[in-house]
Write a protein that binds this ligand. Structure first.
Ligand SMILES: CC(C)(COP(=O)(O)OP(=O)(O)OC[C@H]1O[C@@H](n2cnc3c(N)ncnc32)[C@H](O)[C@@H]1OP(=O)(O)O)[C@@H](O)C(=O)NCCC(=O)NCCS
Length: 165
């Protein structure tokens, strides 16, 4: 089987920009966490499709931090990059930044890490191109993604072992 050539993270990096209106508010008057999660999932899916050129599904979200609330009326940018690619899955990191359009102040409000799996035409997991890792930042992201995957698999193994006991 021919192994596809590596693809750079920059070639699939994807950006969504959304202005937050009243429909995005929670009962406290800030932007609902679910709105942020949905848009993280969408932009991560875009980056994963562009890396793999396949249909993808979200297999899991490894982490989602909410560092500061987002206010209604702010302009929110979701930037996604493939951090690592394995056999059929990819980790995509999403950085969320919120801008007050009146003051121009930009805040980093969330970070998320999602695992997306590429599917073939029959809906089965299919191989993805390796990630071409270049810059020091890309190397760090890849290393950290490997750590998250290792930890996730180790946790799963430990939980399953405990169930068997
Ligand atoms: C994700 C899914 C395709 C995996 O199917 P599966 O039968 O477990 O397939 P495999 O065991 O071959 O695993 C395929 C890959 O998924 C990864 N994977 C499976 N479950 C995972 C999880 N919970 N978290 C992270 N990665 C996961 C595996 O590590 C593997 O990666 P690799 O090939 O790069 O090593 C399947 O569980 C699924 O369809 N889930 C529903 C997805 C969905 O509906 N998402 C929401 C809407 S998009």
């Amino acid at each position: 089987m021919q192994v596809p050539s590596p693809r750079k993270a920059a070639d699939s990096s994807s950006v969504l920009v959304r202005w937050m209106g009243l429909v995005d508010a929670n009962s406290a008057g800030y932007v609902h966490g679910g709105t942020v999660m949905k848009l993280c999932d969408e932009v991560a899916g875009l980056a994963a499709v562009r890396h793999s050129r396949c249909r993808v599904v979200t297999a899991g979200m490894d982490r989602m931090t909410f560092l500061e609330p987002i206010h209604i009326g702010e302009l929110v940018t979701f930037t996604a990059s493939v951090n690592a690619a394995w056999r059929t899955s990819m980790e995509v990191g999403v950085r969320v930044e919120s801008e007050n359009p009146r003051t121009g102040v930009v805040r980093h409000t969330s970070t998320a890490y999602l695992t997306m799996v590429a599917l073939d035409d029959d809906g089965r997991p299919t191989g993805v191109p390796p990630l071409g890792v270049g810059s020091a930042d890309e190397q760090r992201r890849e290393r950290e993604a490997q750590t998250r995957r290792r930890n996730r698999l180790a946790e799963r193994e430990e939980l399953l072992r405990d169930r068997d006991d």
